[in-house]
Unconditional design. Structure first.
Length: 216
């Protein structure tokens, strides 16, 4: 049995939910509220499970209770342990290119805009809300511009030609967050086309933040 510790609006947990759904894997969710009680990720019982004090955390109870943190490491684990259906193409060059785009989203755009960074800007540096939103939009715009260019070679198809995979699992949560912060996405038609196609699929609909058991 797979157990996923996460938070309904966490982009990183959202990625993992998409990947699990794309692979058709059953899993049980354990909510970890990132704001209530000073952030439940900092509680002693969760720290004992995940010293990084972050979500998501995947626990594979069948495989000796293995614990894997960090969303991309979880996606790699799922790809290795449950290889069918694949989230990455078979060709090594294409696999590397797919990872490159996905990591640009997960490692370059998202970290500058996640909850603890925004909280630090407000609480520790005294950044006003409008300036904080400007910070968010700047890094999203710069990052998505590179992704938009990277999608040129796809010719309107999904990353695995007719179906989504690793890349879309990272892209759709980032666009969800960009919309939540009222970012102007008009300059990214390739991204919007890919997102629109994914949003019609059950794997993405069932992973959406608003339908999670801890959504509020």
């Amino acid at each position: 049995m797979l157990k996923l510790y996460g938070y309904w609006r966490s982009s990183a947990a959202y990625r993992v939910r998409i990947a699990l759904n794309l692979k058709g894997l059953a899993y049980r969710q354990v909510p970890v509220h990132l704001v209530e009680d000073g952030g439940q990720q900092h509680a002693a019982d969760y720290r004992a499970l995940n010293p990084q004090q972050l979500v998501p955390l995947l626990v594979d109870e069948v495989n000796g209770g293995a614990r894997i943190g960090q969303s991309l490491a979880i996606l790699e684990y799922l790809e290795e342990v449950f290889p069918v259906p694949a989230l990455l193409p078979a060709d090594p060059v294409e696999r590397a290119q797919m990872r490159s785009l996905a990591m640009h989203i997960a490692c370059e755009i998202h970290p500058l805009n996640n909850l603890r960074v925004l909280q630090y800007l407000s609480a520790e540096l005294g950044v006003a809300d409008e300036a904080k939103r400007a910070w968010y939009r700047h890094w999203v715009a710069q990052g998505l511009a590179a992704v938009e260019q990277g999608l040129e070679s796809f010719g309107g198809r999904l990353s695995l030609t007719t179906r989504p995979g690793y890349l879309e699992a990272c892209l759709i949560p980032q666009v969800y967050n960009a919309r939540r912060f009222a970012c102007d996405l008009a300059a990214y038609p390739r991204i919007l086309e890919m997102v629109a196609r994914c949003e019609t699929l059950p794997a993405f609909q069932q992973a959406a933040p608003e339908v999670q058991p801890d959504a509020r």
